[in-house]
Design a protein around this ligand. Structure first.
Ligand code: RAT
Ligand code: ZN
Length: 465
C-alpha cells in the first residue's frame, strides 16, 4: 500500500518501535545472561573466571619453550658465543639508541674497546637517562634476575659477577631461568670463523640445535661463489650450468655436518618470486629440492633493508614493507616444501596471517627485531590467535647474547598472559568452559609442539624413530 506523504500510520510506527526495543532488549538480555552463566561443558574441572589469569600465568611459567631462532652458540664454538655484561650492553639494539642520546660519533665509538663501549652505553642510557626502552629495560631485568644492582654508577659489580661464572653451568642456569629448551642457533657455513669449528667437528650439545643460514649464498652470490669454487664445488659467477646441482651438493655436505633443523635466509623488502635472479635460481634449483630431500622447513625472514646507515654497522639495518605475493607464489608452487615465515614490517603482518589461512605449508613465527616490542607483539599475537587459533609459533628470542633469553622470554610470557587470559575469558563468556588441561595444551602447542611438528628438535645422535 502506498503511504500518504511517505509516512507510516502512527499505530504501525509505534508497533515497529516497540518491536525494535524488544529486540534490542532481548539481545542485551541474552548477552547479559550468557556472561553470567556457567559455561556448559562435560568436563568437571572447569576453572572459574577469576582463576583464568593465574592459571594462564602458571602454565606459561611452567612450560619450557622452544626458541626457534637465536644467534647464540654452544660452548664448543668458544668466543663466537657472546655472554656477560659488556656484550649485553653493546647489543646493536642498544647501540642504535646510544647514538640518539650521545654526542659520541660512530667513528669514535667503534675505536673504543668493548669495555669502554659498554661503559659509554651504561652511562648514557642507564645513568644519564632512565632506561625505559624495551632493550634497556631488558638489561635491567637481567641484572635484577642475578640480584645485581640496577642503578649503579658503574659496572664493577656486574663485571665481577659474570667473570666468576663458568660457561656450561651458566648456560644451564640461564636457560632454566628463561624457561627455554632447546634453542636453535644461526649457523653460516660461509662464515670462515664458524666454518672452521664445524670442519674440525663439533660434538652435539643437549641444548643447542643448528640452523643452516643461506644469506651469503642466496643474497650475495657474487662475493661468495668463489669460496664454494675454492672448496671444489663446480660453480660459476652466473650460477649457470651445473652450479645449481653443485650448490645442492654443498648443502647436502653441510646438512651432514650440522644436522640443522631448518635452512634459513633473511630477505630484503624487495624480494620477488618468481623473478630471474641468481638467488631465485639457486633457491629453486638447490635450496628447495634440498629441503624436500632432507625434510627440512625453509625459514624466510622477509623485509630487511640492509645498511641504510652503514656507519652504525650491525645497528644500521632498517625495514621495508614487502610484497608478499612472492610468498604466495612459493607456498602454492612448492606444496611439498614447508615455509617458516617472519616478516619485519608491521604492515605485512595481517597479510601473513591471511596467507597462513590459505597455505598449511606456511607457519608464521615470531615478532621479529623491530616488531619485538610489547605493544606490537600484543597486536600481532592477538591478530594471529583471532585468525589462526593456535596454529602458529608466537615468538623466538633472536638473542645474540646468552642472558638476553631471560628478559626476552619473560616479556613474551608477560604479554602472552594478558592475551591468553582475555581470549579464554571471551571464550568462557561465549559458552565454552576452560580447563587447565585446555590451557596446557594450547601453550604447549604454541611454544613447543608446533615447532616439534615442523622440525626434528631431538639432539643429533639421540634415538630417532
Ligand atoms: O635481530 C637481530 O639481531 C637482527 O640483527 C638480525 O640478526 C636478524 O634477526 C637476522 O637473523 O637476520
Ligand atoms: Zn636473527
Amino acid at each position: 500500500m502506498e503511504l500518504a506523504h511517505g509516512r507510516e500510520p502512527r499505530g504501525r510506527r509505534n508497533n515497529q518501535r516497540q518491536e525494535q526495543q524488544e529486540w534490542v532488549q532481548g539481545m542485551r538480555t541474552a548477552f547479559l545472561k550468557s556472561t553470567g552463566q556457567i559455561p556448559v561443558s562435560s568436563d568437571g574441572d572447569l576453572i572459574m573466571e577469576a582463576q583464568i589469569s593465574s592459571t594462564v600465568e602458571d602454565v606459561l611459567a611452567t612450560t619450557p619453550f622452544v626458541d626457534i631462532h637465536t644467534h647464540l652458540f654452544a660452548p664448543a664454538f668458544g668466543k663466537l658465543g657472546l655472554w656477560g655484561i659488556d656484550e649485553l650492553l653493546t647489543y646493536h639494539y642498544l647501540e642504535a639508541e646510544f647514538f640518539r642520546s650521545s654526542d659520541t660519533t660512530p667513528e669514535k665509538y667503534w675505536s673504543l674497546s668493548k669495555r669502554d663501549q659498554a661503559d659509554a652505553i651504561w652511562r648514557t642510557l642507564f645513568v644519564e637517562n632512565t632506561p625505559v626502552s624495551e632493550a634497556t629495560r631488558g638489561v635491567v631485568a637481567v641484572l635484577k634476575a642475578f640480584h645485581l644492582p640496577t642503578d649503579s654508577p658503574d659496572l664493577a659489580e656486574a663485571r665481577s659477577f659474570f667473570k666468576a661464572q663458568t660457561i656450561e653451568e651458566h648456560i644451564r642456569k640461564v636457560f632454566q631461568m628463561a624457561g627455554v629448551s632447546p634453542v636453535v642457533m644461526t649457523n653460516d657455513p660461509l662464515d670462515p670463523e664458524e666454518a672452521a669449528f664445524w670442519l674440525n667437528g663439533i660434538a652435539s650439545h643437549g641444548q643447542f640445535r643448528a640452523a643452516l643460514r643461506l644469506d651469503r649464498i642466496l643474497c650475495n652470490w657474487s662475493t661468495h661463489w668463489q669460496v664454494l669454487a675454492g672448496q671444489g664445488y663446480g660453480v660459476d659467477e652466473q650460477a649457470s650450468g651445473k652450479s645449481g646441482a653443485e650448490v645442492r651438493r654443498f648443502l647436502a655436505d653441510w646438512y651432514k655436518r650440522m644436522q640443522p633443523v631448518y635452512m634459513a635466509v633473511s630477505l630484503p623488502d624487495t624480494f620477488e618470486f618468481p623473478k630471474e635472479t641468481i638467488g631465485n635460481r639457486l633457491l629453486k634449483d638447490a635450496v628447495l629440492p634440498a629441503c624436500r630431500e632432507f625434510d627440512l622447513p625453509l625459514s624466510l625472514m622477509i623485509g630487511v633493508r640492509k645498511q641504510v646507515n652503514p656507519s652504525l654497522r650491525l645497528a644500521g639495518d632498517a625495514l621495508g614493507r614487502a610484497d608478499l605475493r612472492a610468498l604466495e607464489n612459493l607456498c602454492r608452487d612448492f606444496p611439498a616444501n614447508r615455509f617458516l615465515v617472519s616478516v619485519l614490517s608491521r604492515e605485512n603482518q595481517h597479510e601473513l596471517c591471511v596467507y597462513a589461512r590459505k597455505f598449511s605449508n606456511l607457519m608464521p613465527f615470531g615478532c621479529w627485531w623491530f616488531m619485538n616490542n610489547p605493544s606490537i607483539v600484543e597486536e600481532i599475537t592477538r591478530e594471529r590467535i583471532e585468525m589462526l587459533g593456535t596454529s602458529f609459533i608466537p615468538q623466538h628470542s633472536d638473542a645474540r647474547v646468552l642472558e638476553q633469553v631471560i628478559y626476552k622470554w619473560h616479556n613474551t610470557r608477560r604479554t602472552l598472559a594478558r592475551i591468553l587470559s582475555e581470549t579464554y575469558r571471551l571464550l568462557s563468556e561465549d559458552g565454552r568452559g576452560i580447563t587447565r588441561g585446555d590451557i596446557e595444551r594450547d601453550v604447549t602447542r604454541l611454544f613447543r609442539s608446533n615447532a616439534e611438528a615442523w622440525m626434528d628438535l631431538r639432539a643429533p645422535g639421540s634415538e630417532r624413530s
